[in-house]
Write a protein that binds this ligand. Structure first.
Ligand code: KG4
Ligand code: ZN
Length: 338
């Protein structure tokens, strides 16, 4: 089965073609960074309008790159949530209409399931069950992944997600948008031990996360040490990474799993990867990540997830629908999808 995947949930237009036998045939990502940069964050209406302009041309580019005719596409997958509703509706309308015009089935894909399954596009893939740490701009979650499509959320963010905390703290430090990667770059030059930031919610039981206090801590530290941006970035990054590590260790103890998947935009963070790799090696846990370009939003993870659901016989009807909120636990298990 060969599937076209469309991702438009936020500020990236991602298109890909995934073939269940041949693997990923082609993919392309168009980032709207330049459009939103001057506003310091994503402007939803501008995001939707740009997706309208970019989606169809990018589909043509990817079809050409994959040397694929539209008639060889067996299904269309599109992100239907969670995300910005206007942006999602662009991908959903285009995806649903193309499937109708081509006479093939369509499938609405959950954005976070896409992130969660992205490491399965690599050569070394985890067997089920495993623990997943999803760290993106909108979510921070620990998920007990019993099977493909069977997700039990063990921990969630009660306020700012990890990526959001990176972005907001980067703004405080005057680094602009998108802040996460810029803050990470600055942190590499900093002294991690000069300031000590709190590790929120680690001293009490439970697997939930709260990162909103860290930006206030960063602001207060900056006010008293205005020339210490590098060290503040390093201390902030260290606090987020250490907090994520503590909660992963706790969830691994509770589930008894020996496999950890880390995905979503923040999984691109080098300090996070190095810290997790070292700590997990000590307790004999294998860690799996997507390749760098598939940590952040992309079409490949949507084409892959949609393909697995379509093979299992799942279909989305003719209605064009998008959901800004969509709990992972509502998803149907994917049977016989390998
Ligand atoms: O998964 P993603 O592309 O979009 C959402 O689903 O939200 O994640 C984007 C988030 C942003 O908050 C961005 O700042 C963060 O991931 N991010 C990073 C890094 N690269 C992206 N955060 C820290 N370090 C990075 N290297
Ligand atoms: Zn995402």
């Amino acid at each position: 089965m060969r599937v076209l995947g469309i991702e438009t949930s936020c500020d990236e237009t991602g298109i890909a073609i995934y073939d269940n036998e041949q693997g990923l045939l082609a993919h392309a990502i168009y980032s709207q960074t330049e459009i939103h940069e001057k506003y310091g964050g994503v402007v939803p209406e501008l995001a939707s309008r740009d997706h309208i302009q970019k989606t169809l041309p990018l589909i043509e580019t990817v079809l050409t790159e994959a040397k694929c005719k539209a008639s060889s596409i067996h299904g269309v997958a599109y992100t239907a949530g969670p995300g910005l509703v206007g942006a999602l509706l662009v991908g959903a309308s285009i995806g649903r209409s193309l499937a109708f015009a081509w006479g093939v089935p369509a499938i609405a894909v959950h954005h976070m399931e896409g992130h969660l399954l992205a490491p399965l596009l690599e050569d070394k893939t985890p067997e089920f069950p495993f623990l997943a740490l999803l760290v993106s701009g909108g979510h921070t979650m620990l998920v007990d992944v019993r099977a493909m499509g069977e997700y039990h959320v063990l921990g969630d963010s009660v306020d700012d997600a990890a990526g959001e905390a990176f972005d907001k703290t980067a703004k405080i430090l005057g680094l602009g948008y998108p802040g996460g990667p810029k803050l990470a770059e600055l942190a590499q030059k900093g002294d991690r031990s000069r300031f000590h930031f709190p590790r929120p919610m680690t001293t009490r039981p439970g697997l939930d996360f709260s990162f909103s206090g860290l930006k206030t801590f960063a602001l207060n530290t900056l006010q008293n040490n205005s020339s210490a941006k590098e060290d503040i970035a390093a201390a902030f990054e260290d606090a987020v990474v250490d907090t994520l590590l503590i909660k992963c260790q706790r969830a691994l103890r509770e589930t008894g799993y020996k496999r950890l998947v880390v995905a979503g935009g923040v999984s691109a963070n080098l300090h996070l990867r190095e810290t997790l790799d070292r700590a997990m090696q000590d307790i004999d846990v294998q860690v799996f990540y997507p390749r760098h370009e598939f940590c952040t939003d992309n079409g490949a993870m949507i084409a892959f997830t949609g393909c697995k659901r379509l093979i299992a016989g799942q279909r989305t009807d003719l209605k064009v629908a998008a959901r800004s909120r969509w709990p992972l636990s509502e998803l149907e298990r994917i049977e016989n999808s390998l």
